[in-house]
Design a protein. Structure first.
Lengths: 341, 253
């Protein structure tokens, strides 16, 4: 059974289209990740699913019904913006939200205590939320969303704005949440996060879901490999480049592109024979990153649009979208400078 | 939990936040100042008419301030998390409305209590006080309902302006009259008079309610005025809830 069904959903703000025919199916029990850069329309998509916004056109069904109010109480929502009623303590806040969800008495107290424990909020449960860090507030966000044990969880950019440690904590907690069994739809622009948490991802580009994939199918042997090592002596560098034109050396980095298992084995054997210390061996591009690039480039070619990522872009996992944005900003700045001159 | 209970708990939640934020100090100080200036024991004894007319005007002013502040509390992104629950938009809006009433009616109660303790009004028994208080409180409820309707989360800007324009037209009698009216072509003057009469009809319960509060005279048709006030409150709130339910939810940043 599909918990979420979107058919050709369109939405624009003041005539500017944001969603241009989003079609999406999320089956029961999976974690679905909507990937896209800032401004792609991810928050708009979630706001439509929860009934805050209405699509200009198209059909939205949650639990098989297009009356989204019927889904109230079965849907948990974690907003991207961490804005909560700061004058309340965590416990009071969860208690009231439980009340609004229809819980009461001993059940309400038990649920509040359970979520406080589950998200490691015991130490701050009686502190006002104004005193909490961003990471703690995000935990409160997850706790409130799960208070009424919803069947569907909508999470908007769960780790946006968190430091790396905070991101890791939230990812671990979300991994625990998925064990509880609700269907989860989350938006993110962090590829690693999508890879770790999602069963299926959809790329939101140009206002549409342009491609979907099961994340496990993307974990094929990487097409290119980056090996970082201690300084390479010139003799080793020569020996490596002599193995194949696919091997490129840069003092502390060796790139295998295209990569084959045989070539990889040869390179590693040579490095070990020469007593070179190997620090890391990783795909030059994250599998999801490759999928994203292929999708976006293909879509841009079909559309003839100019927002395809620049050629030769590389990154390590979750940096790709940020890199795309950085390069876009750079191009804009350069354009402005040219205009100014 | 039914909608009434959810409305009640959201009102408690909002009132609690209002108290904790310290905003209530403004109302408390205003009430203390009003008591000191208008209702403490002076050389001349206070009459019931003086009390109800003065406290009625003060409470209306207080309702405008409190209503604007509390409705602004409801127009924050904090509301997304709350409205994503089973609460529903109707109870959300009515909860804000009840919070306004709790504060303004509460301050009216404080003034009444202070007056009863320090400067009892000669000739005003409990029954007489109730008769004056009912239309007064209903007028406050009416104004709060009107403010709720005009809040940005309920009506979009063009609609708000249209409603305010209609109210202005209804009140235009004091500005466009006499010589101005006679200088207009007869057909325009008649049309304006008709429009004004039609538009000012919904305002009648408010004005007559104020008059009854001061006179406490329920003879004749006056007895139906509180009922008319109540129906007008319900009508305004129903329109506000309907409009809020139909709107896209975009809170102010």
């Amino acid at each position: 059974m599909d918990i979420i069904e979107l058919d050709k959903v369109y939405k624009s703000y003041d005539g500017i289209p944001v969603l241009r025919g989003v079609t999406l199916r999320v089956p029961q029990g999976i974690v679905y990740g909507v990937l896209g850069p800032h401004g792609a329309g991810k928050t708009t998509l979630i706001s439509i699913m929860i009934g805050f916004l209405r699509p200009d056109r198209g059909v939205v069904r949650i639990f098989g019904s297009d009356n989204l109010q019927q889904a109230d109480g079965h849907v948990g929502y974690v907003p991207e913006r961490l804005r909560y009623h700061a004058r309340y303590t965590v416990r009071e806040y969860l208690w009231y939200l439980g009340r609004f969800s229809g819980l009461s008495g001993a059940v309400l107290r038990q649920r509040v205590n359970a979520e406080i424990g589950a998200f490691d909020l015991t130490g701050v449960a009686d502190q006002p939320m104004s005193a909490l860090s961003r990471g703690m507030l995000q935990r409160v966000g997850l706790a409130q969303a799960l208070l009424s044990e919803p069947d569907l969880l909508l999470i908007d950019e769960p780790t946006a704005g968190l430091d790396p440690e905070g991101q890791r904590d939230i990812i671990e907690m979300l991994a625990a949440v998925r064990q509880r069994g609700p269907t989860i739809l989350m938006t993110t622009h962090f590829l690693d996060e999508a890879d770790l948490l999602c069963d299926r991802i959809g790329i939101l580009h140009g206002g549409r879901i342009v491609a979907e994939a099961e994340t496990h199918t993307l974990h094929k042997p990487a097409s290119s490999i980056l090996i970082t090592v201690a300084d390479l002596p010139p003799a080793t560098e020569s020996a490596l480049t002599a193995l194949s034109p696919a091997v490129q050396c840069n003092r502390r980095e060796i790139t295998l592109a295209p990569n084959t298992p045989e070539l990889q084995a040869q390179v590693l054997r040579l490095l070990l024979d020469h007593g070179i210390t190997i620090f890391t061996l990783a795909p030059r591009r994250h599998p999801i990153e490759e999928f994203y690039l292929e999708t976006v480039r293909g879509d841009a070619k079909r559309d003839g649009s100019s927002d395809a990522p620049p050629p030769g872009l590389s990154g390590t996992g979750d940096t790709l979208l940020r890199e795309l944005l950085r390069q876009e900003e750079q191009r804009t700045l350069e354009g402005r400078e040219r205009n100014h001159l | 939990m039914n909608a009434l209970a959810r409305t009640f708990w959201f009102a408690v939640f909002t009132l609690n936040e209002y108290l904790r934020s310290g905003r209530i100090v403004v109302e408390a100080v205003a009430t203390a100042v009003a008591y000191y200036l208008f209702f403490r024991r002076w050389t001349t004894p206070m009459t019931p008419e003086y009390f109800f007319s003065t406290v009625g005007l003060f409470a209306l002013g207080l309702t405008v301030y409190t209503g604007s502040t509390i409705l602004a509390l409801g127009d924050r992104p904090y509301g997304y998390v709350i409205l994503a629950r089973r609460l529903g938009r109707g109870p959300y809006l009515l909860g804000l409305y009840l919070t306004i009433l709790a504060v303004t009616w509460g301050m009216y109660g404080v003034i009444c209590l202070l007056v009863a303790l320090t400067n009892p009004i000669r000739g005003l028994g409990f029954a007489d006080w109730v008769l004056g208080t009912i239309p007064l409180l209903l007028n406050l409820a009416l104004l709060a309902a009107f403010l709720t309707l005009l809040t940005p989360i309920v009506l979009p800007a063009p609609w708000r302006l249209a409603v305010l324009a209609l109210v202005a037209l209804a009140f235009s009698g004091s500005l466009i009259g006499g010589a101005t009216l006679s200088s207009l072509p007869e057909s325009v003057a008649i049309a304006l008079d008709v429009v004004r009469t039609v538009l000012s009809t919904p305002l009648l319960p408010a004005f007559t309610g104020f008059a009854i509060s001061v006179s406490r005279d329920y003879s004749g048709a006056s007895a139906v005025v509180p009922v008319a006030q109540l129906f007008l409150v319900i009508g305004l709130l129903a329109f506000a809830v309907y409009s809020f339910a139909k709107r896209e939810l975009v809170f102010s940043a």
